[in-house]
Design a binder for this molecule. Structure first.
Ligand SMILES: [Zn+2]
Length: 416
């Protein structure tokens, strides 16, 4: 620890600046579909990225395919992702990932900040994940001040679509994961500071049912009620809860019908599923296909299905265990008791793990009530967490840890 005393001291001194910048970043709405807002956030980040001394690439992402209310496929555009790469030729490579988007759209009432007490900032994205962006960039700046930095290469990906499943940035994350040894993501830690070890996998599926419109009084018998058919699909899927271990199925959205004197022609359902293994995944897929087939077999009905398991479960591996152990050691050096636990939540850590990259994914600020108007970040954790990440990077660069667990067969040639 003494060895990096200067860097730790420098990080401590950044506290007032980081707190101020967090308020500024949270004031910019960056809901996942708010392309202009995310681009404004990217502009606001430029002065924070510039000290890292590498070019900032803007990478266009493919639009997201969605099922519309009448069963048509719609393509919704995303803001570009940002990427920075430094020393790609170095023997050890770390990938750092954070997202720019929040769950709060431009018209959401939660847009401004409030200090709940001297250490608690209530603001949209304060914990998820704008605080984490500052933690990540501060840790990298500390690394760049160190004489050992040349042994460690790094890449930063800031994606605009994590909160909607990273459907656009998934190929970018997977490709980057394959050429790195360790992944670090900056989702918030729990308010107590706990890290996350394993995560469930998730899938989101949309089912559109087309029936047939008819006058509710004169020709009710000619109509085919899409809402009622979709309700059968919904209840079939809901009945899977409790049947397959800890798999959970949430029918979370329904949109159909209009005037009550018309038999509804359209109904759109959206379902989110959380699984711990591929058996559960398969069980859900079979049940979904069977439920749709049962509707299709009825006269006058047609279903359209869109969706996938876009984030496979993140499981414990020897490399992940080593990485968590390493973080615990780094924590000890700065009097931080690092613990971890499993969660049902999913994030880009799932994507990186699926591509074979050992990663710890909630190295951001301590915070809570995320995805609600009560979201908060604990301000003292900005420097606390930056020191934890910086120490990990500095130790990796200095070569004073055993790197063997992080070399795996699927890494490309610069793995040494
Ligand atoms: Zn997040």
């Amino acid at each position: 620890m003494n060895r990096w005393h200067d860097q730790m001291k420098w990080i401590d001194a950044q506290a007032p600046r980081l707190q101020q910048q967090l308020v500024q970043l949270c004031a910019i709405n960056s809901g996942s579909w708010n392309v202009a807002g995310i681009e404004r956030l990217q502009t606001a980040l430029q002065p924070l990225l510039a000290p890292l001394g590498v070019p900032v690439e803007r990478i266009a992402l493919a639009p997201v395919q969605q099922l519309g209310k009448t069963g048509q496929i719609e393509a919704r555009p995303l803001a570009p992702a940002l990427r920075l790469r430094c020393r790609p030729e170095a023997p050890r490579q770390v990938l750092l990932v954070g997202h720019l988007d929040t769950v709060f759209p431009a018209d959401h009432p939660f847009q401004s900040h409030r200090l709940l007490d001297a250490n608690t900032l209530n603001a949209p994205g304060a914990a998820d994940l704008k605080g984490g962006l500052l933690v990540m960039l501060t840790a990298l700046q500390a690394l760049e001040q160190s004489a050992d930095k040349n042994n460690l290469g790094w890449e930063v990906i800031l994606n605009p679509d994590e909160e909607i499943g990273s459907l656009g940035s998934a190929p970018l994350l997977a490709e980057a994961a394959r050429r790195h040894h360790i992944g670090l993501c900056y989702e918030p830690s729990l308010p107590t500071g706990e890290l996350v070890s394993t995560r469930k996998g998730t899938g989101t599926f949309s089912v559109h049912v087309r029936g047939k419109a008819a006058h509710a009084g004169r020709e009710h018998h000619l109509g085919r009620n899409a809402i009622v058919a979709a309700a059968h699909v919904a209840s079939t899927l809901d009945a899977l809860n409790g049947q397959h271990g800890d798999m959970t199925v949430n029918v979370g959205f329904v949109d159909g019908g209009g005037s009550v004197n018309v038999v509804p022609e359209h109904c759109l359902l959206k379902v989110n599923v959380r699984v711990s293994n591929t058996e559960q995944q398969r069980a859900f897929e079979l049940a979904l296909q069977a439920a749709c087939a049962a509707v299709d077999q009825r006269d006058g009905f047609k279903t359209t299905l869109l969706g996938s398991f876009h984030r496979p479960p993140k499981l414990m591996t020897p490399a992940l265990e080593s990485l968590l152990g390493l973080l615990r050691d780094c924590g000890n050096a700065i009097n931080l008791d690092v613990r971890w636990q499993a969660t049902g939540g999913c994030c880009d850590g799932n994507n990186l793990a699926a591509a074979g990259l050992a990663n710890v994914d909630n190295l951001g600020v301590r915070g809570g009530n995320i995805h609600s108007s009560d979201e908060f970040a604990l301000l003292d954790s900005l420097t606390e967490r930056a020191k934890l990440s910086a120490l990990l990077l500095l130790r990796l660069a200095a070569g004073d840890i055993d790197f063997t667990p992080f070399h795996s067969a699927n890494k490309q040639s610069h793995s040494s």
